[in-house]
Write a protein that binds this ligand. Sequence first.
Ligand code: ATP
Length: 305
Amino acid sequence: MSEIIEVQGLKKHYGPIEAVRGIDFSVRRGELFAFLGQNGAGKSTTISMLTTQIAPDGGRAEVDGCLLGRENGAIRRKIGVVFQESLLDGLLSVEENLLARAALYGLRGERGREAARAAMAAVGALDLKDRRYGRLSGGQRRRADIARALVHRPEILFLDEPTTGLDPQTRKAVWETVRALQREGGMTVFLTTHYMEEAAQADAVTVIGDGAVLEQGTPGELKARYGRDKLYLSPRDADALEGVLRQMGLAYTKPRRRYHLALGSTLEAIPILERCRDLLDGAELIGGTMDDVFLQIIEGGERPC
Ligand SMILES: Nc1ncnc2c1ncn2[C@@H]1O[C@H](COP(=O)(O)OP(=O)(O)OP(=O)(O)O)[C@@H](O)[C@H]1O
């Protein structure tokens, strides 16, 4: 896979606030790229720069071979953007909204109708064609928003928190639509999300904090670097168990009845369970999650197990 977005030293400040402090990262063609960070980390500012909404103060970025700042018109034709707030007209039908959008790209008449139809089909929203946008549910609106971004068949789809505010079932449906666009449609998807179970499905993750890149890698690499599996032990003989854990040099916490141990890998549980077998009523092994990984990266340290 070749690189479709390359960012070097990109910067932006708003008065005294350094929103983005010279970040470097790249996105490969066809991948699902998750751009993560706490509120205020600089994600939307970065997206606004890459999508040509605001000009950077420094650095360099190329989007599908086009240089940001010099070839912004070409970049805009290659990208589709779904913002946190919708841009569709609530009084128009979904199709009318998409036709207006298509016309901006010179797609009029039958070509415009075909572009609108293809975009609605791609997000499973053909049944919403004649519905007034302002009367749609949250999940239906999100589909229409994504369809708007797809009308001109972009190479890259930028999604700024596409599933925020949706109920779990609708969130799952919208998420599956995004996955299908990437997997089956071959589209590059650049995504910000606060849902770590979504980030865990990405091909690549970049985490930023306070305008700087904190970590980069695949979800698997980040889990290996930061993830901590957890072993919970329910004691049959608490005193004896504590004695063995101390003998083995294992740190633990005991928030309630169970002993909590942080493990570097799942396999580390085996000798512990073998040694403690007769002292236990039960045990539970929990794999590290992207939530843990994310918290460790942004907190910059160990989390208690
Ligand atoms: N137009 C603006 N004027 C002044 N400050 C701004 C502006 N836009 C963003 N900021 C500030 O820049 C910093 C980065 O904001 P940004 O919106 O890029 O963060 P974010 O990671 O997208 O946050 P969220 O997850 O809440 O959307 C914050 O401190 C924010 O208050």
